[in-house]
Structures are given as structure tokens and as C-alpha cells.
Design a protein around this ligand. Structure first.
Ligand SMILES: Nc1nc2c(ncn2[C@@H]2O[C@H](COP(=O)(O)OP(=O)(O)OP(=O)(O)O)[C@@H](O)[C@H]2O)c(=O)[nH]1
Ligand SMILES: [Zn+2]
Length: 225
């Protein structure tokens, strides 16, 4: 596929929108290889890494690891790099005129820290106020999961979730709070097992103190961050 076409598609999908401030840094040729080609190349890379560490890849337990890791990277933990996998946001008309805030809370987040390639595990809470459009509830969970399945920093992921929902719903009135543990902080380095990271993005009406407060009350967080 021609790179112009791919970039156009990404643009249409809203991920590389010119006004976006939270774009995952991707190479121009990011989608020139097929998933199968990527898995074959990554398999060799993982094999090389393990051999360099001195592991015997003829061992029964280790021999399948390069292929297993390559498949897991492309099809699972980094699958959200591919705009083709972006969930379709089922949008409905708000015929019942529900005008209050809707909160989808405690969405499970499994992501990967892009600095250490170690897991980020936590919860996302998203909210919006309808301007005439409503979105299928599960689509909010799916949008969170799509952006989580990338090498990430938590700040960017939080902003990407909000930007995507703003595009889908056609309103700036969207917010997201993420509370997550970074295994690069908990299990190595400083090894602080208790600490977690809270990030937030408040769009449109959520910048107002009372609206923000209502959202944070629903998810039972204070405003001290
Ligand atoms: N802002 C931000 N930083 C992150 C995130 N995930 C991991 N980091 C940090 O990225 C930083 C990378 O710093 P470096 O000094 O290059 O890495 P390091 O030598 O492994 O540092 P230590 O983790 O302190 O041992 C670390 O402080 C991580 O805690 C994230 O989502 N957002
Ligand atoms: Zn890290």
C-alpha cells in the first residue's frame, strides 16, 4: 500500500490529526510490512536477544519463545499501533434527551511502558456529556484498550482516549482519568511497589470546577492532583 494512502487513512481515522497533541511517534513506513512479515522479523530479533543473553534455544521450554513473543507483540500487546484495529464507535442519536454526564468507570487498562517495555496496569475512567449523540458503552472500553495496546506513556494515552471520544461524539465535553501502576517503577529501578500514577485530561465543560467535581465524585477521587 502506498504511504500517502496509509497516512490519509490514519488521518481520516483521526489518529494523526493535525491538531492532535498526542500522536504516537510512528515511522513513515510503519505499515509497509504485513503482520506476518513483522512477526517473522521480530522472531529473529527475539532469538538474537535471547542468544546474546546466553540462553540455549534448543531447550524444549525456550525454543518456542521467539515466535510466541513476536506473535504477542504484533497481535496483542502492540496491536493498537495499527489503525485498522481501531474499534468502530457505534454512535446513536440521543432520542431520549439524556442530558447529564455519563461515566464509564473502572475500565481495565493493560498497557506497556515505552521506556522499558514493561507492563502498565490500572484503571481508566471516562466521562462525557452528550450534545445529541451517544456512544455504545462497550466502545469506550474498546477505545481505551486500543490506545493501551501500544508502547505508551500514560499522559499520551490519557489524551488520546479523550481526543478519540471527542471526535466520535462531536463534542469537547469528554474527560478521562487513568490510575495505573508502572512495573518499571514497582518491580525494578526504584522498586516502589505501592506507588501508582494518576493522569487526567478534562475537555470542554469538564474544565469547570463543579463539572470536574461531579465526575471525580462518581469515581471517588479527590481534586488534589
Ligand atoms: N512521564 C512518564 N514517565 C514514565 C512513564 N513510564 C515510565 N516513565 C519513566 O521514564 C523514565 C525513564 O528514565 P531513565 O532515567 O531513562 O530510565 P532508567 O535509568 O531506567 O530510570 P529508573 O526507572 O529511575 O531506574 C523513568 O523515570 C520512568 O519512571 C510514563 O507513562 N510517563
Ligand atoms: Zn518504564
Amino acid at each position: 500500500m502506498k504511504i500517502d494512502k496509509i497516512l490519509n487513512e490514519i488521518d481520516e481515522l483521526g489518529d494523526a490529526h493535525a491538531s492532535s497533541s498526542a500522536v504516537t511517534p510512528l515511522r513513515d513506513d510503519a505499515f509497509e510490512l504485513s503482520d506476518i512479515e513483522k512477526i517473522a522479523l521480530i522472531k529473529d530479533d527475539v532469538k538474537h536477544m535471547m542468544e546474546t543473553l546466553g540462553l540455549d534455544l534448543t531447550d524444549d521450554s525456550l525454543k518456542g519463545t521467539p515466535q510466541r513473543v513476536a506473535k504477542m507483540f504484533v497481535n496483542e500487546v502492540f496491536a493498537g499501533l495499527d489503525p485498522k484495529r481501531k474499534p468502530k464507535a457505534s454512535i446513536f442519536e440521543n432520542k431520549y434527551k439524556y442530558g447529564e454526564m455519563l461515566v464509564e468507570k473502572n475500565i481495565t487498562v493493560y498497557s506497556t511502558c515505552e521506556h522499558h517495555l514493561l507492563p502498565i496496569v490500572g484503571r481508566a475512567h471516562v466521562a462525557y456529556i452528550s450534545n445529541g449523540t451517544v456512544i455504545g458503552l462497550s466502545k469506550m472500553n474498546r477505545i481505551v484498550d486500543y490506545y493501551a495496546k501500544r508502547p505508551q506513556v500514560q499522559e499520551r494515552m490519557t489524551m488520546q482516549i479523550v481526543e478519540e471520544l471527542q471526535n466520535a461524539l462531536g463534542t469537547p465535553d469528554v474527560a478521562c482519568v487513568v490510575d495505573a501502576k508502572h512495573l518499571c517503577v514497582n518491580s525494578r529501578g526504584i522498586r516502589d511497589i505501592e506507588s501508582s500514577t494518576v493522569t487526567s485530561e478534562f475537555g470542554g465543560a469538564f474544565k469547570q470546577k463543579e463539572v470536574k467535581r461531579e465526575f471525580l465524585d462518581y469515581i471517588k477521587l479527590d481534586t488534589s492532583f
